[in-house]
Write a protein that binds this ligand. Structure first.
Ligand code: KIV
Ligand code: ZN
Length: 518
């Protein structure tokens, strides 16, 4: 019997800290349901003190999820811990994750606190969190650059104060695998009460080493890994859940532990997160990239046909690639539609919502005769976006483009219910459509990213467009999907513009001392 490696997913918290990846409450609940289906042990649902919206989202996840522990992040301050406790209160199993930085550079420049003050504050925070739940995790932020003796003192003290998990973050992705593994080994040996807590790791990918560092830690006794779907996360991201899980599962000869993860849910989870955040998955990404199991060269294909193991160390179907199948078509009825969506974890709040989604499905089925799970996911995301989009709605779009002339676009929108029209020329049809929209909205935002990818294969596939806009330091992502990519682009642009108008300020958990409230 192998030991359990606990999978702590932070897609909804650290993942959401990627610029532009913010998610609505309903989107978070959809992702949380998929994580639960995948048998993730702990879902870090957010940072409740960031804003009222973040609080509500964590609470909604806590109300929905039954089989995974739901966790809320809190800085080591009273307000954050109390908010996190209130947000996870409905959870069947709830955890508070509190943290404070322990590296000299963070203590001096960010917190402006002495090491003794930090130690005292860490103990205080754990004790306060323990008043609400028995499941308390503590992280010494920037542990990867902290002094070992001080780190040992802090860990010993927080475990004595009641922390049941101690998480060692390589916050800035600075460590190398042999060093990080050695750090975990040393901490487990030197901290006198280390056997009273689970050792966890949280690695960032700034040098592309997040997974390697996490696995090195596991080989040295860490029994929880914090990770995200598709490696989403602050800056270069976090360790990718799918890579950690499949490395441990595939190399059972080396690891003495394994996870509870249902690996066939990995690809659906990857698609859902990519669809909701608009962060595409690169084709050569391990496990979940479109090419991860594709064989180009004849030699490889021949080998795989004769004996799969010649070139494949994992089976595509074991990580969920088989789920990519035609599920519904033009003649499918409402019941089949509702049933398949329910199998995907999507429930409708009302008959009206179901009817609206079914109408969209019928429109899509007129344009595309095979409807895949990914199409259904995009359709539901679209429906959610439009509800949030009430301020800006696309009514009509006409583009004209032919060789030798400048493309033109005519757009009609409703802006707060008022119909407005504009016409513009552009370098291409998408450029013309965006210029016409901007002529109406006058947002003065900067386009930072425009990307199109196909949701399924074939030229009748829906194009999924992501648009990233920046204005006065605020970054938002918008998404749109349609079999016509110019329409998908206009929808994505409007979605981003709507977010720019409606999103409210949020506190970043790792912001400076003033915002820390310390
Ligand atoms: O990277 C980090 O240090 C974090 C902490 C809040 C755990 O995300
Ligand atoms: Zn982090």
């Amino acid at each position: 019997m192998s030991e359990q490696l606990i999978i702590f997913d932070t897609t909804l918290r650290d993942g959401e800290q990627s610029p532009g990846a913010s998610m609505t409450k309903d989107e978070k609940v959809r992702i949380a349901r998929q994580l639960e289906r995948m048998r993730v042990d702990i879902i870090e649902a957010g940072f409740p003190a960031a804003s009222p919206g973040d609080f509500e989202a964590v609470r909604a996840v806590a109300e929905t999820i039954q089989d995974s522990t739901v966790c809320g992040l809190a800085r080591a301050v009273e307000k954050d811990i109390d908010r996190a406790a209130a947000a996870i209160e409905p959870a069947k199993r709830g955890r508070i994750h509190t943290f404070i930085a322990t590296s000299p550079i963070h203590m001096q420049n960010k917190l402006r606190m002495t090491p003794e003050q930090v130690l005292e504050r860490a103990v205080w925070a754990v004790k306060r969190a323990r008043q609400y739940t028995d499941d308390v995790e503590f992280s010494p932020e920037d542990a990867g650059r902290s002094e070992i003796d001080f780190l040992c003192r802090v860990l010993e003290a927080v475990i004595a104060a009641g922390a049941t998990t101690v998480n060692i973050p390589d916050t800035v992705g600075y460590n190398l695998p042999h060093q990080f593994g050695a750090l975990i080994k040393t901490l487990r040996e030197k901290v006198p009460n280390s056997d009273k807590a689970v050792f966890s790791v949280h690695c960032h990918n700034d040098l592309g080493l997040a997974v390697a560092n996490s696995l090195s830690a596991v080989l040295n006794g860490a029994r929880q890994v914090e990770c995200t779907i598709n490696g989403l996360g602050e800056r270069a991201g976090n360790a990718a859940l799918e890579e950690i899980v499949m490395a441990v599962r595939t190399r059972r000869d080396t690891f003495i532990c394994d996870t509870r993860i249902d690996t066939t849910q990995i690809v659906p989870a990857s698609r859902l997160v990519s669809n909701i955040t608009g962060f595409p998955v690169q084709p050569n990404k391990a496990i979940v990239g479109a090419n991860a199991f594709a064989h180009e060269s004849g030699i490889h294909q021949d080998g795989v046909i004769k004996k799969r193991e010649t070139y494949e160390i994992m089976r595509a179907e074991d990580v969920g690639w088989a789920a990519n199948r035609m599920v519904l078509g033009k003649h499918s009825g409402r019941n089949a539609f509702r049933t398949r969506l329910s199998e995907l974890g999507i429930e409708f709040k009302s008959e009206a919502e179901l009817n609206d989604a079914f109408e969209r499905f019928k429109d899509l089925a007129d344009k595309k005769h095979e409807i895949f799970d990914e199409d259904l996911q995009a359709l539901v995301t679209e429906a959610g976006l439009e509800q949030a989009d009430e301020k800006l709605k696309l009514v009509y779009l006409k583009v004209a483009s032919e060789t030798g002339t400048r493309p033109q676009a005519s757009v009609t929108l409703t802006m707060n219910g008022v119909k407005k029209e504009a016409h513009a020329e552009g370098g291409g049809p998408v450029d013309a459509a965006f210029k016409a929209i901007e002529a109406i909205v006058n947002s003065m935002s900067q386009l930072q990213l425009y990307s199109v990818s196909n949701i399924t294969s074939g030229t009748d596939s829906q194009g999924e467009v992501t648009v990233r806009l920046e204005k006065a330091g605020r970054i938002v992502n918008g998404h749109g999907a349609d079999t016509d990519i110019v329409i998908a682009s206009a929808k994505a642009y409007l979605n981003a513009l709507s977010k720019l108008v409606t999103t409210t300020a949020r506190t970043h958990p790792q912001a400076g001392a003033a915002a820390d409230g310390v």
